[in-house]
Design a protein around this ligand. Structure first.
Ligand code: ZN
Length: 325
């Protein structure tokens, strides 16, 4: 390799050493929660996520539970410490400094890779959290599907008013140099008619796609409590049974909700198109496209029926049209 923007091997090693000097040091300045753990924020969280567990919101039920009172959903851990719209302090913000070095070296794009939280105990109303964070790892340059980059991991530790650790959060990001697209070659190489994306067929949903091939809309049914569920998954969310069979849906239903896509354009889709949630007559819902109807004519409650559409030589999709269209 010649001396280029990528740098020689020695330069690269020096750059990695400069990045790794941050490891073990603080990521963000320590901070304290703006509010104590409180019922209002818990209620909003539960509303937003559709979590109806009464130990989070009903003092009477929570009092009789193993917790002996209201507790916060564990996954709210990070929410308690968020600074809101106030600007974060820049002094001592070593993570931003580190990411700045990567930006300056051309690793200008970022993607969150994964987040792991561990909980030491449930949080109770009135708990007041503080956080400290440490840069745990900066990798050497890695080749990824997105481009060449460095993984950066930092760990936030949450403590209560007594200084006891209540949880930790490990957050990993990839700072990468976006892969260069061969701009001139791309149009010539692309197929004349882009195809729709293929469904991901797995052990859990292969029965569904096999049914579609036979022009049957199969809905999973719990063999223990008989509740229908869709999309397919291994466990019944109502009774946790792993046993299931299927029912063949009539294909009739009504529009529960819909959106009309005008932008952005995806290869294989003709714009605009309608994505709808259908209430099936059998009592569960499917997400699908509506066809044979002008987008502006679609209404909530509209009666629809399934049509199995061969969108190309290899792919058939269950789509829905107004009844009789
Ligand atoms: Zn069940």
């Amino acid at each position: 390799m010649t001396q280029s923007e990528h740098g020689g091997a020695g330069e690269k090693a020096a750059f990695v050493a400069r990045l790794q000097a941050y490891v073990g040091g603080p990521a963000k300045p320590a901070s304290a929660a703006r509010d104590a753990v409180n019922q209002a924020m818990i209620r909003h969280w539960c509303d937003a996520l559709g979590d109806t567990n009464p130990v989070y919101t009903d003092p009477a039920v929570a009092g009789r539970s193993v917790h002996g009172g209201i507790v916060a959903p564990p996954t709210m851990l990070h929410a308690w410490i968020l600074p809101g719209l106030a600007p974060e302090p820049t002094e001592g913000d070593k993570l931003t400094e580190l990411l700045g070095l990567l930006n300056a070296a051309g690793f200008s794009s970022v993607v969150a890779v994964n987040c792991e939280q561990e909980y030491a105990r449930y949080l109770r109303l009135g708990d007041v959290l503080t956080q400290t964070s440490v840069i745990e790892e900066v990798t050497e340059e890695k080749q990824t599907g997105l481009g060449t980059g460095h993984f950066v991991t930092y760990v936030t530790t949450f403590r209560d008013q007594a200084g006891a650790v209540v949880g930790t959060m490990r957050f990993r990001i990839l700072k990468f140099r976006p892969a260069q697209r061969p701009a001139a070659a791309a149009p010539a190489a692309a197929p004349a008619t882009p195809r729709r994306p293929r469904p991901t067929v797995s052990y859990d949903n292969e029965f569904y796609w096999a049914g579609v091939q036979r022009h049957e809309l199969l809905i999973q049914r719990c063999a223990a409590c008989q509740q229908l569920r869709h999309p397919p998954r291994p466990m019944c969310p109502h009774c946790q049974s792993l046993k299931w069979d299927t029912v063949k849906a009539s294909g009739r239903g009504t529009v529960h909700s819909f959106v009309v896509f005008h932008y952005p354009a995806f290869p294989g889709f003709e714009m605009p198109y309608v994505v709808a949630v259908i209430d099936l007559a059998e009592g569960t819902r499917v997400v699908t496209n509506l066809i044979k109807v002008e987008p502006q004519a679609v209404t909530v409650g509209m009666a629809v029926e399934v049509e199995f559409v061969a969108v190309d030589a290899e792919l058939t999709l269950p789509q829905f049209r107004p009844v009789g269209a």
